[in-house]
Design a protein around this ligand. Structure first.
Ligand code: RFL
Ligand code: PHB
Length: 390
């Protein structure tokens, strides 16, 4: 049986970032990941980082390539009624956002951990949380047919929505809040220049669309679609035709199309588990909460949890104090609920929910209000760039 300070379950962005930050303070961790490194790095997910996320990645020493290759944006566009309205994030909040793909971040984090001798067990099978209620904690896993145990001070559950850590908590100790949306996002990645310099979120009578990007030569586009649509019913041509229809004329007319590199349909969900701490087990990121991607909060929230837990663990190992560990759940959840509210609101504002004309008229009235009122635009902007840490 080996002994380590922190056992981290999951090598997604939250698990690897926590491990890297702890390493910078001499705190040892082991990361147990179910899949191979190649599999984890191939998942196409988030693309937009709040500046608070950028700062923490730099603090962890993994931000050099992001600062070189990422695209800092000062604004974002909301399109409706056939025209686009720019929200000047920088002018309204003093902050920018960074376009940098989660796939790249995954690589930077894994390179940093591997380069500094970090212990990541890829393909750790049947991870089990054996004890987290006592004076120490214990996890076990199977590697190449051998069952191994790890004793630790703390377990960080960074294993995403379908992970084992949240599922190991007794039902009576946890409250789950959930809303499932009646549509999905069909996403496409293509090596074509983005249609606009900044992101464009469009409310259209045919449904929502989003123009995002990964670089100046790689675009990421999304369309609202029925949840039960088969991906095979969306050949590239159909996707491009539909996207063109949903964009304001000035963008539709200059859309450059090309073969897709990746295409998938993702369901949309709001989900929060409370509390986020159970004895020596701390839930982090998607293991504890999911937001719909409108507003790009998922990865940023995961990183925000990591920040709070990292500070608490550093304080514990430096001073022996439990105070910040005790505050982890309430501090993290305060931010989680703000982002859950914003993501729900922005999703509700931008998507087609029904044929009800009154619903769409009210969406358009609110969008016009955001376009005309500096106060309304500022409320949107400060949530979009990420609320200040408290
Ligand atoms: P992850 O990334 O899901 O990583 C969890 C890791 O745990 C592993 N795992 C296990 N390992 C060992 N044993 C087990 N039993 C395990 N069970 C699971 C998994 O293999 C995985 O490697 O969670 P983490 O680290 O909390 O990070 C969260 C983010 O990945 C997530 O919030 C974002 O990707 C959400 N998200 C977006 N967020 C944004 O901020 N901006 C976006 O633009 C954005 N777009 C998206 C998204 C999520 C998407 N998904 C999940 C479908 C687009 C999509 C399509
Ligand atoms: C993305 O680039 O994948 C992306 C950007 C902004 C969002 C959602 C997804 O709100």
């Amino acid at each position: 049986m080996s002994k380590i300070q922190v056992a981290i379950i999951g090598a997604g962005p939250s698990g690897l970032l926590l491990s890297q930050l702890l390493h910078t303070r001499g705190i040892q961790s082991i990361v147990l990941e179910r899949h191979t490194r190649e599999y984890v790095e191939a998942r196409i997910r988030a693309g937009l980082l709040e500046w608070g996320t950028v700062d923490l990645l730099n603090q962890a020493g993994v931000g050099a390539r992001m600062m070189r290759e990422g695209l800092a944006h000062d604004g974002v566009e909301l399109a409706f009624d056939c025209s686009a309205h720019r929200i000047d994030l920088k002018a309204l909040t003093g902050q920018r956002v960074m376009v940098y793909g989660q796939t790249e971040l995954q690589k930077d984090l894994a390179d940093a951990r591997t380069g500094s001798g970090g212990c990541i067990v890829w393909e750790a099978k049947d991870v089990a949380i054996d004890d987290f209620a006592g004076r120490t904690a214990r996890v076990s896993y199977t590697q190449r047919g051998e069952r191994l145990d790890v004793n630790c001070d703390f377990i960080a559950g960074c294993d995403g929505y379908h992970g084992v850590t949240r599922a190991s908590v007794p039902q009576h100790a946890i409250t789950l809040h959930e809303r499932v949306y009646p549509f999905g996002w069909l996403g496409i990645l293509a090596d074509v220049p983005p249609v606009a310099a900044e992101l464009v979120y469009t409310n259209h009578a045919r449904g929502f669309s989003l123009c995002s990007m990964r670089s100046r030569t790689r675009s990421r586009y999304y369309l609202q679609c029925p949840l039960d649509d088969d991906i095979d019913s969306w050949p590239d041509e159909r996707f491009w035709d539909e996207l063109r229809l949903r964009l304001p004329e000035k963008y539709g007319s200059r859309l450059i199309t090309g073969p897709s590199i990746e295409k998938s349909i993702a369901p949309l969900r709001s989900f929060v588990a409370e509390p986020m701490r159970f004895g020596r087990l701390f839930l982090v990121g998607d293991a504890a909460h999911i937001v719909p991607p409108t507003g790009a909060k998922g990865l940023n929230l995961a990183v925000a949890d990591v920040r709070v837990l990292f500070e608490a663990m550093v304080d514990y190992y430096r001073s022996g104090s439990d105070t910040l560990l005790d505050e982890y759940s309430s501090r993290a959840l305060a931010r989680v609920w703000n982002a859950t509210r914003f993501s729900w609101w922005f999703t509700t504002l931008m998507h087609r929910f029904s044929d009800e004309t009154i619903a769409r008229k009210m969406q358009l009235a609110e969008l016009r209000y955001i376009g005309e009122s500096p106060a309304a635009a500022a409320a949107f902007a400060e949530n979009y760039v990420g609320l200040r840490f408290r």
